[in-house]
Each structure stands twice: as structure tokens, then as C-alpha cells.
Write a protein that binds this ligand. Structure first.
Ligand SMILES: NC(=O)C1=CN([C@@H]2O[C@H](COP(=O)(O)OP(=O)(O)OC[C@H]3O[C@@H](n4cnc5c(N)ncnc54)[C@H](OP(=O)(O)O)[C@@H]3O)[C@@H](O)[C@H]2O)C=CC1
Ligand SMILES: O=CCCC(=O)O
Length: 289
């Protein structure tokens, strides 16, 4: 199967490499074109523009940073809309809000093309290992056609119905995760300040009802102040902002998520946006001075 891939950031690189490893013919494009080199060395072709990739491939996947990026790649000059049409599918796996996804879906449909949103849970390592959780919604026929690619990139795919449901599910999950990492950060600081060893806290947490891969995976690095980015903090703050907007739309009060969003905003103002989202720990430490 020949697949186009737009966006070779932390996630897109791992996902497209997996497709290549499993025998897919992949044509890649990235705004910063030099990021295509590693993929080309592994056998990928380059498309000069999103339009060129879509022209060449029956299916094109996108993995872009945020709503402005997702919209730009579709609507701007040399974008997806210039060459999408009957018989072609566009699958946007970026984390965006449902109005963005709907706008893209409608534009693709107006050209006779087919659309699926498919944001993912799981980070850099699951992307590299083909262990993502894929939250698909949109055209069921396209979902079925692209399933061989999802099977390579993910360990489980959910089909959630109409366009927008994938985006909403993803934002709910990341809203919970963003609140959790803030509570976890406060716990680490409280343990340290009250004379406890934070490593012992990790051991205690790992054995109880609130054990989870995030505490176990991020905790030791956070204690060391190592925030090498798997999931950039600026993207987590974007997800909190979009989840809070979904809360506004549905009159859902979310004071915990709102406070967590403030902490991520503070972290961005401290210049931590490109570090891992666990760097929000630094804002909690900062409050104690
Ligand atoms: N990292 C993670 O753990 C996870 C991330 N996600 C989501 O996946 C998406 C990608 O994340 P990730 O790979 O980490 O992000 P990165 O910041 O590593 O990559 C972002 C990608 O978007 C491209 N991009 C940004 N702005 C534009 C634009 N205006 N026009 C065209 N391309 C643009 C970048 O191109 P360039 O190289 O030129 O900057 C790059 O390819 C995000 O929506 C994120 O929320 C979902 C699950 C996990
Ligand atoms: O959107 C990013 C999610 C990161 C994760 O699921 O670990």
C-alpha cells in the first residue's frame, strides 16, 4: 500500500518509520524539509508539498502540531485541497479540536475526497514501537481501507462514529493526564519538603490503586530534573486549552483542569514549552521559593 505522510515531528517520524519497516511505500513531507532525510535513507520518497504528496498517494496521513498547522497544510497554497479528490483519503492523526476537524472534513468532502480523524494516545516510544491507541472517527469505509496502516502503528484502534468524536475523546484523555501530572508534581514536592524520599514515594505509588505507567515512567526523570521531550509541554497546554473550550461548550465545570492549564501556561512563560510536559514540575517547585 502506498501512503503519504505529512509531519515528521516526534510522533510522525516514529509512525512513518513503522510504516516503512512493515513494507508500506511511504512518501513524506515536512515543513522543514531536512527532517525528511532520515526517512529517505530508509527508503521513503519525498513530496515537495502536501499537494504533491496527495497527488501521488491514494491515502495521506497527517501528524501536525496543532489546529493552525492542521488547517494550514490543508487550506494554504500547495495544500491538500489542491489535489484531493474522488478515490483519495486524508487521515488527520494530529490532536486538534472538533471544529478544526469538522472544517477539514467538510472541505475534503466538498472536493469529493474522504476523511478520517484519528488522534492517538501514547507517546514517542509507543509511536516507535507501533503501540499507539488510535481514536478514529469519520468515514467508516476509509477506516476499513486504512486499517492495515493502523494495525502497524497501533496496538488498538477505536472507531468512535462521526467526525469530532475522535478529537473529543483525545482531549478528554489528555485533560485527565494534564491534571494528573500536576497532582503528581505537588506530591513529589510535598514528599521532599516534608522530609520524605521522593523515590520511596514512587515505590509506594507503584504498588497501590493509583499506580500507572506515567508516574513510573516520568517520576525518576522528574526527580533528576530531566525533561527530554517525548510529549512537548506546549502541546499539552494546547490540549488543556482545547479541552477547557470543550468544557465551556458543554457547560462542564472543570476547576482542576483549569488550574492545571494555568500551571502549563506558567511553564511556557518560564521557557519550558519545548521540554517534556512533565517539566510542569518546575512550576510547582518554583512556587515553594
Ligand atoms: N509527542 C507525543 O507524545 C504526542 C503528541 N500527540 C500530538 O501529535 C501531534 C504531533 O506531535 P509531536 O510529533 O510531538 O510534535 P512536534 O512538535 O515534534 O512536531 C510537530 C510537527 O508539526 C509540523 N508543523 C508545525 N507547524 C506547522 C505549520 N504551520 N505548517 C506545517 N507543519 C507544521 C512540524 O514541522 P517542522 O518540523 O517544520 O517544525 C512538525 O512536523 C500534536 O498534535 C500532538 O499534540 C499525540 C500523542 C502523543
Ligand atoms: O498526546 C500525548 C499523549 C502522551 C501519552 O499518551 O503518553
Amino acid at each position: 500500500m502506498e501512503v503519504g505522510f505529512l509531519g515528521l515531528g516526534i510522533m510522525g517520524k516514529g509512525m512513518s518509520m513503522n510504516l516503512l519497516k512493515h513494507g508500506f511505500k511511504v512518501t513524506v513531507w515536512n515543513r522543514t524539509l531536512s527532517k525528511c532525510d532520515e526517512l529517505v535513507a530508509l527508503g521513503a520518497s519525498i513530496g515537495e508539498t502536501p499537494a504533491a504528496v496527495v497527488k501521488k498517494c491514494k491515502f495521506t496521513i497527517a501528524m501536525l502540531s496543532d489546529p493552525p498547522a492542521a488547517l494550514s497544510v490543508v487550506f494554504d497554497k500547495d495544500g491538500v485541497l489542491e489535489t484531493i479528490g474522488s478515490g483519495k483519503g486524508y487521515i488527520d492523526m494530529s490532536t486538534v479540536d472538533h471544529p478544526t476537524s469538522t472544517k477539514i472534513s467538510e472541505a475534503i468532502a466538498s472536493k469529493g475526497g474522504h476523511f478520517l480523524e484519528a488522534p492517538v494516545s501514547g507517546s514517542k516510544k509507543p509511536a516507535e514501537d507501533g503501540q499507539l491507541i488510535i481514536l478514529a472517527a469519520g468515514e467508516k469505509a476509509l477506516y476499513e481501507e486504512i486499517t492495515p496502516a493502523f494495525d502497524v502503528m497501533g496496538k488498538k484502534t477505536f472507531f468512535l462514529g462521526q467526525v469530532g468524536n475522535g478529537a473529543k475523546m483525545k482531549l478528554v484523555v489528555n485533560m485527565i493526564m494534564g491534571s494528573m501530572v500536576n497532582a503528581f508534581s505537588e506530591g513529589l514536592v510535598l514528599a521532599g519538603k516534608s522530609g520524605l524520599d521522593p523515590h520511596t514515594l514512587l515505590d509506594v505509588l507503584s504498588l497501590g490503586a493509583i499506580a500507572n505507567p506515567m508516574f513510573g515512567g516520568k517520576g525518576p526523570a522528574m526527580i533528576q530534573g530531566n525533561y527530554s521531550p517525548a510529549f512537548p509541554l506546549k502541546h499539552q497546554q494546547k490540549d488543556m486549552r482545547l479541552a477547557l473550550a470543550l468544557g465551556d461548550e458543554n457547560a462542564v465545570s472543570m476547576p482542576v483542569a483549569a488550574a492545571a492549564n494555568e500551571a502549563f501556561k506558567k511553564a511556557r512563560s518560564m521557557g519550558l514549552g519545548d521540554l517534556d510536559f512533565s517539566a510542569v514540575f518546575e512550576t510547582v517547585k518554583d512556587l515553594q521559593h
